[in-house]
Write a protein that binds this ligand. Structure first.
Ligand SMILES: *[C@@H]1O[C@H](CO)[C@@H](O)[C@H](O)[C@H]1NC(C)=O
Ligand SMILES: *[C@@H]1O[C@H](CO)[C@@H](O)[C@H](O)[C@H]1NC(C)=O
Ligand SMILES: *[C@@H]1O[C@H](CO)[C@@H](O)[C@H](O)[C@H]1NC(C)=O
Ligand SMILES: *[C@@H]1O[C@H](CO)[C@@H](O)[C@H](O)[C@H]1NC(C)=O
Ligand SMILES: *[C@@H]1O[C@H](CO)[C@@H](O)[C@H](O)[C@H]1NC(C)=O
Ligand SMILES: *[C@@H]1O[C@H](CO)[C@@H](O)[C@H](O)[C@H]1NC(C)=O
Ligand SMILES: *[C@@H]1O[C@H](CO)[C@@H](O)[C@H](O)[C@H]1NC(C)=O
Ligand SMILES: *[C@@H]1O[C@H](CO)[C@@H](O)[C@H](O)[C@H]1NC(C)=O
Ligand SMILES: *[C@@H]1O[C@H](CO)[C@@H](O)[C@H](O)[C@H]1NC(C)=O
Ligand SMILES: *[C@@H]1O[C@H](CO)[C@@H](O)[C@H](O)[C@H]1NC(C)=O
Ligand SMILES: *[C@@H]1O[C@H](CO)[C@@H](O)[C@H](O)[C@H]1NC(C)=O
Length: 376
């Protein structure tokens, strides 16, 4: 008798964790995700078999936004690589019931073209006043709307925007309107090299920084320019802002860079980081307000000034933004957010209007088809 009542009360006291499929099927605001997963039985089976994961599950609102965006149109086109990348990026490696104030969390993102980062491509979790934002590629920001809910393999958090898979450096520079840097990489013939390294930290000067030393640029040989750009690049360490501290680090060019953190602001030599932590396929980009000079490694920060003096003595400002001819315009290929802050445009809405139509039509077709699959 005693045994029996104990058993009963024990069972009643324990919420038996359900498996992922049961959880998804019984959550109305995840019905679009559930339907869509129904189209990919193998991917879904893999997902359901994983242990010790956190699924960031986009709700129906997020799903509709995706399908009405250019990225949604790509899904409609049955881009299996993108679909795999998108799903696997929403799976965190580990059970994260909550997150610290600012934390970079490894994901199971595949394939390698989006994640040449040891330990896995990251998502940045930012918590303030109980609100959790998940920042992904191109600084897209998704909010956690509810969760965590336990399942047998870990936890699920429901999010109200789909994450943006980190893009390569050259694409990210174009989408962020960092057109001078994008063009400089092309001029120095470094695009493929930079995009195909693993574990990089790249400091990318904004357009104003290149403009400020405009008079010095035409004098540079391709070799000089390559050397300057390589001085902005660190290989072998992905320097997320949470890891940066006072000290020096060797650049790919060979000379050291000096990192200084003062009053919460990050400087590299005399340049200030104006937009930190842009996740890219092979590491992280920090946007800076000065072009770094490998022949001027002692250039020091001046935190009280809005922007430090250029590290190239005698250089004067150009009237045009250098290197920009031939650099494609931003098109906002992914996600729903624009890259505010990186001297980016407020939006590329005119470009996005057309794909939106395709997306909307595709949404109906896709989810209609999905219902059929699930009913079978
Ligand atoms: C997708 O979500 C929308 C909005 O909540 C809903 O009206 C629609 O029925 C859902 N479609 C499927 C297939 O779950
Ligand atoms: C996408 O392509 C795969 C393989 O080519 C196919 O099995 C699947 O049915 C396609 N899905 C859609 C929604 O067209
Ligand atoms: C997940 O993280 C563990 C360490 O915590 C690591 O050993 C494992 O390789 C990671 N899995 C993947 C697929 O990256
Ligand atoms: C779960 O994953 C985290 C992160 O990869 C790891 O530190 C931890 O040891 C894992 N726990 C179990 C029980 O596998
Ligand atoms: C990843 O980086 C390595 C160099 O460390 C390179 O050989 C490889 O091609 C890169 N992979 C991708 C997919 O870019
Ligand atoms: C993300 O967006 C939400 C809502 O707009 C905002 O409250 C939050 O501060 C943003 N988070 C980050 C890290 O930008
Ligand atoms: C979820 O799981 C964690 C760790 O296993 C446990 O501490 C927590 O109480 C569970 N939450 C619910 C609502 O069951
Ligand atoms: C970078 O990404 C863009 C967009 O996905 C792609 O067109 C381009 O080929 C990639 N560049 C390299 C060098 O991989
Ligand atoms: C880093 O260096 C700056 C400038 O020298 C100094 O103000 C700051 O206190 C240092 N921070 C730490 C943690 O040592
Ligand atoms: C080095 O940089 C500083 C700005 O930090 C600048 O004042 C100085 O002129 C530069 N020196 C050379 C040789 O370019
Ligand atoms: C990119 O930024 C520059 C200023 O740095 C601005 O003149 C230009 O209009 C911007 N391009 C777009 C497409 O917004």
């Amino acid at each position: 008798m005693l045994f029996r009542s104990l058993t009963v009360s024990t069972l009643a006291g324990v919420a038996v964790a359900q498996d992922l499929t049961t959880l998804l099927m019984s959550t109305p605001e995840l019905s679009n995700l559930t339907s869509y997963l129904g189209l990919f039985p193998e991917l879904t089976a893999t997902l359901a078999s994983l242990q010790n994961i956190t699924l960031l599950a986009p709700n129906n609102k997020a799903f509709m936004k995706l399908l009405n965006s250019p990225a949604g149109a790509a899904l409609v086109q049955n881009d299996t690589t993108m679909i795999q990348a998108l799903f696997t990026y929403h799976v965190l490696n580990g059970t994260y019931a909550d997150f610290s104030d600012k934390q970079f969390v490894p994901t199971l993102l595949q394939p390698p073209q989006f994640t040449n980062v040891t330990g896995g491509q990251m998502v940045e979790a930012v918590t303030s006043e109980n609100h959790v934002s998940l920042v992904s590629g191109l600084l897209s920001n998704a909010s956690v709307s509810s969760g965590p809910v336990n399942f047998t393999g870990g936890v699920v958090h429901i999010i109200d925007d789909v994450l943006t898979v980190p893009q390569n450096i050259s694409e990210t520079a174009i989408q962020f309107n960092l057109s001078a840097a994008a063009g400089a990489l092309i001029s120095a013939d470094l695009v493929t090299t930079v995009d195909s390294l693993s574990d990089v930290t790249l400091f990318v000067p904004n357009n104003e920084a290149f403009e400020a030393i405009g008079s010095a640029l035409p004098k540079l040989t391709t070799q000089d320019l390559a050397s300057i750009l390589q001085y902005h690049l660190v290989q072998g360490v992905v320097g997320y802002s949470t890891l940066l501290q006072n000290g020096t680090v060797q650049s790919v060019q060979g000379n050291d860079l000096t990192i200084t953190i003062e009053d919460g602001e990050v400087f590299v030599n005399s340049a200030r980081v104006v937009v930190p932590d842009v996740l890219v396929a092979n590491g992280v980009v920090h946007v800076i307000d000065n072009v770094l000079n490998p022949s001027n490694t002692t250039a020091a920060p001046s935190p009280s000034q809005k922007s430090g003096s250029p590290a190239f003595s005698g250089a004067s400002s150009a009237s045009n933004i250098p290197f920009t001819s031939g650099v494609p315009m931003p098109t906002s290929t992914m996600g729903s957010q624009s890259a505010t802050g990186a001297t980016a445009t407020s939006s590329s809405s005119s470009g996005a209007a057309m794909p939106a139509k395709t997306g909307a039509m595709g949404a109906a077709a896709l989810l209609g088809g999905a219902v059929l699959v699930l009913n079978m």
